[in-house]
Ligand binder design. Sequence first.
Ligand code: NAD
Ligand code: UDP
Length: 310
Amino acid sequence: MITLVTGAAGFLGSHLSARLLADGHEVVGLDNFHSGQQANIDWLSAHPRFRFVRHDVVTPYDIPCDLVCNLACPASPPHYQADPVYTSKIAFLGTLHALENAQRHKARLLQASTSEIYGDPLVHPQPESYQGNVNTLGPRACYDEGKRIGETLCADFTRLGRVDARLVRIFNTYGPRMRGDDGRVVTNFIAQALAGQALTIYGEGDQTRSFCYVDDLIEGIVRVIALPSNPGPINLGNPVEFTMLELAAEVQRLTGSQLPLVRHPLPVDDPKQRQPDITKARRLLGWEPKVPLAAGLARTIDYFRALGPR
Ligand code: NAD
Ligand code: UDP
């Protein structure tokens, strides 16, 4: 089984590649290092069944494979907002090219969609049937709307019988091999705590997110790929919800950081709450997250401690 993983140098792509290698796949990792890390590829390249292709998914490609896992796309708000037009191109053209490559080689496709397609949700928690509340004009729209058109392309390729394209809607996931400077809240808090800096709270800190440890997420993805038929979109995430103040307190407790928190303005269109309804994943995959926040944070902190000051 040859599996193409786009975004293999990224956080989730490197973990998924490692898991697929462990499961016996031949993995072709594709990336252009837009938001990924060379170190993730160096580590994977030590495996005899891993091959790396440096390529920008905005340009078509032809890579023989039996399965495409399409993860290439910056996921952190500062990254995807740095060049928003490029982000829209990655989300649209990158998904189109992944689907065309899958069709050409009669491969199944797994698309990394996101909870961001729900926008600032008016339904809580969010089931797959919720159609979302996205501002098409705001600074997050390049990513949110890009991921929405990505879902549309997958749904159309599937409906037309061109590709069996499976959609996972991933909620905030964290763990080792994230970039320490990627600007997402878990890495910001850990990097700040380990550097002896105050943790930065955006807004009042009462907005919520539900954080899934990477190993749990990857197990969910692997189970979606293995299902005998296409189940439609599936939420994958940890349904235990925390405020950013609670997350900050947990990171402080685990690192021994005692500095007072510092406030920054709340970013435009920052969703106020987010929690996956994982009823469908529980029913169809027999899956639910196992790693509690404190345990996952402790492993992530150990990873960043071992990297040392950067
Ligand atoms: P990441 O930024 O760590 O990884 C993305 C990878 O894609 C990087 O290695 C980057 O270099 C690569 N990439 C970006 N643009 C590219 C291009 N034009 N051509 C080739 N490669 C390109 O992000 P991540 O957290 O690993 O996210 C992976 C996928 O999962 C993304 O599609 C993201 O939207 C989705 N997702 C992640 C989360 C999360 O919490 N981590 C949540 C929802 C969805
Ligand atoms: N956030 C924060 N401090 C930070 C970085 C982020 O309080 O240093 C907040 C941010 O405003 C958001 C939440 O943490 O409400 C999650 O942000 P992240 O960028 O990790 O993910 P997303 O907003 O895409 O869910």
